[in-house]
Write a protein that binds this ligand. Sequence first.
Ligand code: ATP
Length: 250
Amino acid sequence: MNTIIEGKDIIVRIRGKELLNVKKVELKKGEIFAVIGPNGAGKSTLLKVMALLQMPQQGEIYFKGEKINRKERIRIRRKMAVVFQEPLFLNDTVVENIALGLRIRGIKHREAMERAKYWLERFKVEKLSNRWARALSGGEAQRVSLARAFAFEPEVLFLDEPFSNLDVFIRESLKADFFEVLKTTGITTFFITHDLEEVMLFANRVMVLMGGKVAQEGSPQELLENPTTDELKRYIQAWERFKFKMLHMV
Ligand SMILES: Nc1ncnc2c1ncn2[C@@H]1O[C@H](COP(=O)(O)OP(=O)(O)OP(=O)(O)O)[C@@H](O)[C@H]1O
């Protein structure tokens, strides 16, 4: 597989505190790469560095083998889309929120509107096209955010826990629709989650971050069967316990 984005010797510090220290992180073409780890482990920081939203204090980022400097960041960033936990919308309708983003990227009005409508349909929210984006419910807003991200036709999609603020029913139906779309498009994806089930079902590879460092990396199966540190074992056990409790509550 070809590498699309690679980070080498990445160090991020804030006010002297080291938040991230990752020797190598690679995202390969067409893969779904998951990042998990406890709160504060540095997952979002790593996403921002890989998506070129934040420059590390040390280290390099390569996009298809090309080293990225500050100046080139904006050009390369246009090949990427990011979906955060909290959708960010302009004060406009749903369809305009998507189309405007496309027009900024140089796409003509008609094509932008067509693409926006197509992706709203794929995410089953075409009926919301003319609604005010800022007045949507959490689940609707996240569907629109995902439609917007796919409408960009990015080479790489970044997701920072896009389902975590939704209630369980909305989350399950959106997750199913999202991963169905993802499978059919084959877009290279970097996603952060706390949900090991998502990792097991959808990821090709998983990285575990702890205290800003890589605790383990490999296939989801390897992680479950052979967690390499005690901390990781506890993390997996805690998740298993949580899952067990949830199953017995329903
Ligand atoms: N701008 C900032 N200023 C100071 N500290 C920060 C800043 N951004 C992040 N941090 C700290 O860096 C650490 C890593 O944060 P980050 O958001 O990357 O972790 P995370 O693994 O995504 O956490 P979570 O699962 O809670 O979202 C945390 O301790 C956080 O408080």
